[in-house]
Design a protein around this ligand. Structure first.
Ligand code: ADP
Ligand code: K
Ligand code: ZN
Length: 434
């Protein structure tokens, strides 16, 4: 490590120096893509732009966008910029429809990625003395190996337990003295429930640090996880197209995620027009990886909605922060014309003490009108069987949701354990409208 606080010195370089690095690397990556990927040569020409036209960082806006369909259309290796024998690993994203997006790494890409992930884990206090239980899939999903090698590099004792068999995971935590965990926030909630069903108080497990990511979650879920496990919960953001996790991560302030701008050039654009927005304006995150050799993606449309919160951070890191992801352009629900992010619903539910650990959003049509029903598990102690109690609770949740979302929502109360549990990313939306 660079010091007892920072993994690499780049974390605290003055912003001006970071911007010099960015410009140098932007010129490199544009040229690299142009010269080695036919898709980009064509796309640059169509936009009437050449890598030599880049003089300042703002010139990035002259370059063409890349989106996930471009990756899928060029399946599997069509956008790779190096010969196949330079590739030392591939991953695929968990793409929900059709062909997956395939991403590749050179040996140097892996080295950069490990260090970026190590910056994140070190930032939240993971050290040699920690036992790091990595409870995400170790296969083609980037989350497993990404943090695995980073935690090893720091010198922590890594427990590569992957997903599944929750009782055994909890037993391992107790036996091995696990202090830090990495998983999806939904899985963390599931672990809490299973621990409780084993008569283990989650706060007695001894966890200090939780790294939670790969899906949107809310401030109230953070509080719930922190309170029940007695740990500090940090938001972890990344995507396969940008190596995987390690793109942006919360520091101890837990107020926004530092995004490593020496490796990723950040823009936020209007998702409709593609227009670049200014700091503080909500829009779609667009990233240009600045050091990726195998797969240089120019202005990649992440589909994730956030904004740049560029104020100084007490941790001393000079990299800007993004707000936690508010949703995805493509999982944004439009219900009776109103844009709704599932995370808003979660935020409301988690604040209500009677509400249990799982919920599901069901969208249907009644005539031409969208109907939204939120199925909510009720905690055992509140499931009295008294109809009047349940009716009162139902009204209470409906009112809270209407207040937050501005539309009427039906609430259906169900018993604890009724709804499906998830080990990876949760699928909580059932859209039956078409
Ligand atoms: P896929 O897009 O197929 O799910 P990935 O497995 O690479 O592919 O997932 C990346 C996506 O996961 C991101 O674009 C984002 O939508 C979501 N994601 C990852 N981390 C977070 C996070 N901390 N908060 C919200 N969403 C996240
Ligand atoms: K160790
Ligand atoms: Zn900070």
């Amino acid at each position: 490590p660079y010091s007892d606080k920072y993994w690499q010195k780049e974390e605290i370089l003055p912003r001006r120096e970071l911007e010099e690095i960015q410009l140098k690397r932007l010129k490199w990556v544009a040229k690299h893509a142009y010269e080695n990927v036919p898709f980009y040569r064509k796309a640059f020409k169509e936009k009437g732009v050449h890598p030599d036209d880049i003089r300042t960082l703002d010139d990035v806006a002259r370059l063409p966008f890349t989106n996930k369909n471009h990756l899928i259309e060029n399946y599997p290796f069509g956008l790779f910029a190096v010969p196949k024998d330079e590739i030392v690993r591939i991953h695929t994203s968990s793409g929900t429809t059709g062909k997956p997006k395939v991403v590749g790494y050179t040996a140097r890409d892996l080295e950069n990625w490990i260090n970026l992930c190590a910056r994140c884990l070190y930032m939240v206090g993971i050290r040699k003395k920690d036992v790091f239980q990595n409870m995400v899939s170790y296969t083609l999903f980037t989350g497993g190996l990404g943090f695995h090698y980073a935690a090893e590099r720091i010198g922590a004792m890594v427990v590569p337990s992957g997903t599944g068999n929750t009782k055994r995971q909890i037993q391992f935590m107790l036996d091995f003295g696990t202090t830090a965990i990495h998983c999806t926030p939904s899985y963390a909630l599931h672990i809490k429930e299973v621990a409780e069903s084993m008569n283990i108080d989650p706060s007695e497990i001894g966890l200090r640090i939780g790294c939670f990511g790969a899906e949107p979650w809310s401030e109230s879920l953070r509080r719930k996880l922190e309170d029940s496990f007695g740990l500090k919960a940090y938001d972890s953001y990344g995507l396969s197209e940008m190596n995987g996790p390690g793109v942006a991560f919360e520091c101890e302030e837990q107020n926004g995620l530092h995004i490593w701008i020496d490796h990723y050039l950040v823009e936020v654009v209007d998702p409709e027009s593609g227009e670049v927005l200014s700091e503080g304006e909500k829009g779609e995150l667009v990233l240009t990886p600045l050091t990726k050799e195998a797969l240089p993606l120019i202005r990649y449309r992440t589909g994730d909605i956030t904004y740049i919160m560029d104020d100084e951070c007490s941790c001393g890191r000079t990299h800007p922060k993004i707000h936690r992801i508010l949703g995805r352009t493509d999982d944004m629900l439009i219900v009776r014309g109103i844009n709704i992010f599932p995370s808003q619903i979660e935020h409301v539910l988690m604040k209500i003490p009677e509400v249990g650990d799982s919920y599901q959003i069901v969208l249907t049509k009644r005539g031409a009108l969208d109907e939204m029903t939120v199925r909510v598990e009720v905690k055992d102690e509140f499931f009295t069987g008294e109809l009047a109690d349940l009716e009162r609770l139902k009204k209470k949740i409906e009112n809270a949701l209407r207040e937050e979302l501005g539309i009427r929502v039906n609430v259906e109360l169900v018993e604890k354990g009724t709804l499906e549990r998830f080990e990876g990313k949760a699928k909580r939306i059932l859209d039956l409208r078409r």
